[in-house]
Design a protein around this ligand. Structure first.
Ligand SMILES: Nc1nc2c(c(=O)[nH]1)N[C@H]1C(S)=C(S)[C@@H](COP(=O)(O)O)O[C@H]1N2
Ligand SMILES: [Mo]
Length: 195
């Protein structure tokens, strides 16, 4: 059983990634200022407490899904690294998909480095074993198969941003398909909190 698949959540894989390292080899590379760090998948929950966040992933292609995501709160992550002031965060996947988020958009308390959804490991097609969930921005900012997290000072244009998608990625007012209820709903812009 897989929550996301069962309710028909679309799958995006712009880089056509087929394979990721096994869990024993999977690691996340972090860079901030002069410092560099690597965290192995298997060490994540030795370092961080696993937290559950109920929020939505909302795609610019006009759908939104609410789920119980589990993982590391972004706020716990930056506290651990002792980074407070950063202009941008650059995310890169194991397939080379990239996206950069503005620091001011990373203060939402529900932003998560997610490993589980609905009590199960996030499966490969939905970005497992590790993906971002940034509920306040369009889905193209929530990098799947997360490999690199770099705190940077100069903006780097992302994959979809390079095709003209907005650099901030703030969710705009629109009508979209709610994957959970299968109904079209109007949203007012910003994180979808109304349903
Ligand atoms: N690595 C990677 N991350 C990605 C994408 C992608 O193609 N590759 N697509 C993005 C887009 S546009 C959206 S809407 C969400 C979709 O997540 P899902 O495929 O799990 O539904 O992932 C985002 N993260
Ligand atoms: Mo998307």
């Amino acid at each position: 059983m897989s929550f996301l698949k069962d309710i028909g959540t679309p799958v995006f894989n712009a880089e056509r990634l087929k394979e990721i390292p096994s869990k024993n080899e999977y690691l996340i590379e972090i860079s901030y200022g002069e410092k560099k760090e690597k965290i192995f998948y298997n060490d994540l929950y030795n370092i961080f407490e696993k937290k559950v966040v109920n929020c939505r992933l909302t795609s610019v292609s006009r759908w939104s899904v609410r789920a119980n995501w589990e993982g590391i709160l972004w706020s716990d992550f930056v506290n651990y690294l002792e980074v407070s002031d950063y202009k941008y965060v650059y995310f890169e996947s194991y397939g080379g998909y990239i996206t950069t988020v503005f620091g001011e958009d990373m203060n939402n308390p529900r932003i998560l480095i997610a490993t589980h959804v609905d009590g199960e490991e996030i499966e490969f097609e939905y970005g497992g074993p590790v993906r971002m969930i940034i509920p306040n921005l369009w889905g193209y900012k929530s990098c799947k198969w997360l490999k690199k997290i770099y705190f940077i000072d100069e903006y780097i244009v992302g994959y979809w941003e390079g095709y003209g998608y907005d650099d901030r990625g703030l969710i705009e007012p629109t009508i979209l398909l709610d994957i959970n209820s299968k109904e079209h709903k109007r949203i007012k812009g910003g994180e979808v909190l109304e349903f």
